[in-house]
Write a protein that binds this ligand. Structure first.
Ligand code: GTP
Ligand code: MG
Length: 351
């Protein structure tokens, strides 16, 4: 039998096909490659030695290089700072980085695609089609508010064909708290009539044991993509738990925020570079300064608030429902909606 492409395997997983008959033919999805591709090797002054060092540091393409500063490239690739500056300039020129007009910007935004949450209400709250690529979507809320359930639903949703609200891609799940539950993925897959075994195979799970490990795993993601894994969604559940536990002391807050900032920056870089969606969960703590209204606020303060493109606040509502509020989004109104967590997935509630 001919080897199937990764995209074909994903299409098969969510179609539920191949459960009895492995050999059923499925629609072929061909990845479009426009024009000829340029790589780091095309940049003058960057030889094979430097390329190997850059790859070891998780930098594989022009975008990765173009966003570096000359000192960091010089250090990473073992080259002089003047040569590094020239290489970065060349990469930026090749990539056409710099100012572009609004129309060109609009054209670029067309590359963005969306991943359904499984609930129409939630998708609508997020602009109509769910979480989007080239952005970080954060869900914060108390324990049991549904952050992990939403993560699992997205990990299944991303595998759906584009016409059904997915991205025909795989998910990476960075689990910091050991709460990834294959059983729930199976239930969500069953809810869609998908092949649960195959759906589980398309979710690449890694347990992060501390914040350094959590950082390191981001580099692994770049490697996986370079090796041809069609990863379209990266989940970090939870973004802040390790940072919070490790930098608990009063005097450590600045260090924690700085590290968290760097981490979020790297996450955004991956989202943009590989046109994928990032979904992160975050806990809340009580804010003693708040006398009226909801006395909870998200961990990580402004650093997390500003770095995340879309912020959702989840809480329990009436009759076991969940209320989701969208806060401070760049292009959507502040609004809220209601959904239910059910065995077979997230479901809508009339609002
Ligand atoms: P923390 O990680 O503890 O901060 O919470 P979280 O926001 O990640 O909570 P999570 O998403 O894990 O939500 C757990 C809740 O989802 C449970 O309390 C249940 O109410 C609900 N839930 C989980 N599994 C099922 C299920 O199979 N059926 C139904 N109906 N509800 C479920
Ligand atoms: Mg959770």
């Amino acid at each position: 039998m001919v080897d199937k492409s990764e995209e074909e395997k994903i299409a098969e997983a969510v179609s539920g096909e191949g459960m009895e008959d492995e050999k059923k033919t499925i629609k072929k999805i061909v990845k479009k490659k426009e024009g000829k591709t340029v790589s780091i090797a095309d940049i003058p002054g960057v030889g094979p030695g430097a390329i190997a060092k850059l790859e070891a540091a998780g930098i594989y393409d022009l975008m990765g290089l173009a966003v570096l500063t000359p000192p960091s490239l010089a250090m990473t690739a073992g080259m002089g700072e003047a040569a590094a500056r020239k290489a970065i300039q060349a990469a930026r020129q090749m990539m056409d980085l710099g100012f572009s007009d609004g129309l060109a910007h609009e054209e670029k935004r067309k590359e963005i695609f969306f991943i359904t949450t499984g609930s129409k209400n939630l998708d609508d709250l997020l602009g109509g089609k769910g979480v989007q690529t080239k952005a970080i979507t954060e869900a914060f809320g108390a324990f049991g508010s549904g952050k992990t359930q939403l993560a699992l639903s997205l990990a299944v949703g991303v595998q759906l064909p584009v016409e059904q609200g997915g991205a025909n891609g795989k998910a990476v799940y960075i689990d910091t708290e050991g709460t990834f539950r294959p059983k729930r993925v199976r239930e969500f897959a069953d809810g869609l009539g998908a092949n649960a075994d195959k759906v589980l195979k398309n979710i690449l799970v890694a347990r992060a044991f501390n914040s350094d490990h959590q950082m390191l795993l981001l580099e692994k993601i770049a490697e996986l993509i370079k090796d041809g894994e069609p990863i379209k969604l990266v989940i970090i559940d939870s973004l802040t738990a390790h940072f919070r536990a490790e930098y608990g002391g009063r005097g450590q807050l600045a260090d924690r925020q700085q590290k968290l900032n760097k981490y979020l920056h790297n996450l955004m870089k991956i989202a943009e570079q590989f046109n994928l969606a990032v979904y992160v969960t975050n806990q809340v703590m009580s804010d003693p300064a708040q006398l009226f209204g909801d006395p909870t606020k998200a961990i990580g303060g402004n650093i997390v608030g500003h770095a995340c493109t879309y912020r959702m606040y989840l809480r329990r509502g009436k009759k076991d429902s969940r209320v989701c509020k969208l806060i401070d989004s760049p292009d959507l109104p502040d609004n809220e909606t209601v959904f239910m967590i059910e065995t077979g997935g997230l479901r809508d509630v009339e609002v």
